[in-house]
Design a protein around this ligand. Structure first.
Ligand code: NA7
Length: 550
């Protein structure tokens, strides 16, 4: 239930636990870290958030590339814990762009007086658990100095997509022009006017960046390894009537949303694409194309479980690409041949149209040769040099595990998280990992995280962690960790669920295939929000079954 009356909970000045600097260290001041701080204050715990950036907002702080936009509708991609907040805030567009989402994050930080417990420009490099004292010690880098901070709890709100993947291409150091990564875009706008620009990568970030840079640069060369399916979002100003209808019963919408696997309320049919006549199918595909966005995958219930149904939907989108792109050779290069929705579906309303410009070229790395090397002034593919003044890496992230593993975390008997997760991440319900007592993860591996409206997952995880800590404190205890058996069973469940979906069959960042050497394991829980929530609630109802509290 939203709590409308908690605008300015006081932050306790003294720790509830003795012998530590703070009760809880929270890593990251994105949407998860901010709400976690708010809830920790509610528990009467002294907490401190450490954030690498010089502002709050996490993903929306770092991903400032031109065209960055959320692919979940703003009315749903927002906090629900405070009814006042969700009633007061007005989004300008159906799908908000990065600057507006960042402004929203900053508003939340101000409104709930969070900033005084957030230390910016502070990177948590390492965290070590002392099993004898039951204390975490974090090593924190700030202004060139390293400081140790001790705490009873360590709460990792590090995000799922915050460890950039920047492949090392031979000769890169020779390249004389500027280079950018979409996930670490500079704060000052970059002007590409008059420049020959290259972009590597055509995932969601590349697809959102390309139309903007193409419109500005003298010439844009797109280096594409795998074409992606892109569905229009038909974005526009938020309709005030639609907004008013939602606000009249916001909680009703929130309640309906969590009955869906994705935690997003969009039209969804359960029937099979194979049961419809060809005419009905095309009508339904057109209807959902018209609806747009990620919801396109809801036109039939079996698109991600039945390969033939999936092919029919993929063929429909392939047909759209051929209709939109005027040069048949370019259309062919842009046409994916894999499962639709296996890699994350991309959303944009003028991506394919951009390739009808005469100042853009598309290099197909599958047929024209892979990237060989950079020169001082360009990039060589298949023996041909493409002249470039600037290059953009839209090459994605070491997703879901990378953001945890970039902190040197060591638990019981000095075991590191990286060692423990060497063959793939192991968690119980995505919130804790055995051998790392009092460490919590928000949207960790083994939770729905990136397969859901991540704000729904963030709030669900944080409410659960808050309940768990509240129970621990009420029982006069100070240590909680999962049992190995419970964790093993959950890892098995995560794998079982993945096996039932076509999503586990292709190479994507969901299964680590985008990072050379990363184990091929489907990382998030694909069983959906309702089943996941049920599992979390069942543990609580059974006295935190699978967790050891002492
Ligand atoms: P993605 O979706 O991982 O896309 C990365 C792109 O970069 C993708 O097209 C990759 O091709 C390409 N890539 C990666 N490494 C290389 C190399 N070595 N050579 C050529 N091309 C390469 O990351 P995004 O940032 O676009 O999106 C991540 C999520 O953020 C997104 O789904 C939203 O949830 C928000 P590949 O497909 O691997 O062949």
């Amino acid at each position: 239930m939203p709590d409308s009356h908690d605008r300015s909970l006081p932050s306790p000045e003294i720790c509830r636990f003795g012998g530590v600097d703070v009760d809880a260290v929270v890593v990251g001041a994105g949407f998860a870290g901010m709400f976690m701080l708010h809830r920790l204050r509610g528990l009467g715990l002294k907490a401190r958030v450490y954030e690498t950036g010089d502002g709050v907002g996490g993903t929306w702080y770092w991903n400032r590339y031109p065209g960055a936009r959320c692919d979940v509708e703003s009315m749903q991609y927002s906090y629900q814990f405070s009814d006042d907040l969700q009633q007061d805030w007005s989004w300008s567009e159906k799908f908000a762009a990065q600057p507006e989402i960042l402004t929203y994050a900053e508003h939340v930080a101000d409104r709930f007086d969070l900033n005084r417990d957030i230390q910016l420009e502070s990177r948590v490099n390492a965290a070590h658990w002392d099993d004898r004292t039951g204390v975490w010690t974090c090593s924190i880098e700030h202004a060139g100095e390293i400081r140790s901070v001790t705490s009873k709890f360590l709460i990792l709100c590090v995000g799922c997509l915050s460890a950039a993947n920047r492949p090392s291409f031979p000769g890169f150091e020779r390249f004389q022009g500027p280079n950018y990564h979409t996930g670490y875009w500079p704060k000052d706008p970059v002007d590409f006017s008059g420049l020959k620009v290259g972009i590597i990568g055509t995932g969601s970030s590349g697809i959102q960046t390309i139309p903007h840079v193409a419109a500005q640069a003298d010439h844009l060369t797109v280096f594409q390894r795998t074409p992606n399916y892109v569905v229009p979002d038909w974005n526009g100003p938020l309709d005030p009537t639609y907004e008013a209808e939602i606000k009249a019963d916001y909680q009703g919408l929130r309640r309906k949303a969590v009955t869906r696997p994705s935690g997003i309320w969009v039209p969804f049919n359960t029937d099979s694409a194979l049961d419809a006549t060809e005419e009905e199918r095309q009508r339904r595909f057109e209807e959902f194309w018209g609806y747009g966005g990620l919801g396109f995958m809801g036109c039939f219930g079996d698109l991600l479980t039945n390969a033939e149904s999936n092919r029919l939907a993929a063929d429909f989108v392939r047909g759209k690409i051929r209709e939109i792109v005027t040069d048949p050779e370019v259309a062919e290069k842009l046409t994916p041949d894999n499962i639709i929705g296996c890699k994350r579906l991309c959303v944009h309303s003028s991506y394919y149209e951009t390739f009808n410009r005469d100042d853009i070229s598309l290099v197909d790395l599958r047929t024209e040769g892979s990237i060989e090397h950079f020169t001082e002034t360009g990039l060589v593919v298949g023996g041909i040099e493409h002249p470039l003044d600037a290059v953009i890496f839209a090459t994605g992230f070491d997703a879901m595990t990378g953001s945890f593993e970039k902190i040197a975390i060591s638990g019981v008997e000095g075991q590191t998280l990286k060692q423990k997760w060497e063959a793939g991440p192991r968690t119980y319900l995505g919130v804790q990992s055995a051998g790392f007592p009092n460490m919590f993860m928000v949207t960790g591996p083994g939770s729905p995280s990136v397969l859901s409206n991540v704000l729904v997952s963030i709030e669900q995880n944080i409410e659960w962690i808050t309940g768990c800590l509240g129970t621990l404190l009420a029982g006069g205890k100070s240590r909680v960790e999962p049992e190995v058996d419970a964790e093993d069973a959950w890892v098995e469940e995560v794998n079982r669920a993945a096996g039932g979906s076509l999503r586990s069959t292709c190479s994507s960042w969901y299964n680590g295939a985008n990072i050379p050497g990363k184990p091929l394991i489907f990382i998030p829980y694909i069983g959906g929000i309702p089943d996941y929530t049920k599992a979390c609630e069942a543990a609580v109802e059974n006295g935190y079954a699978g967790f050891r509290m002492r």
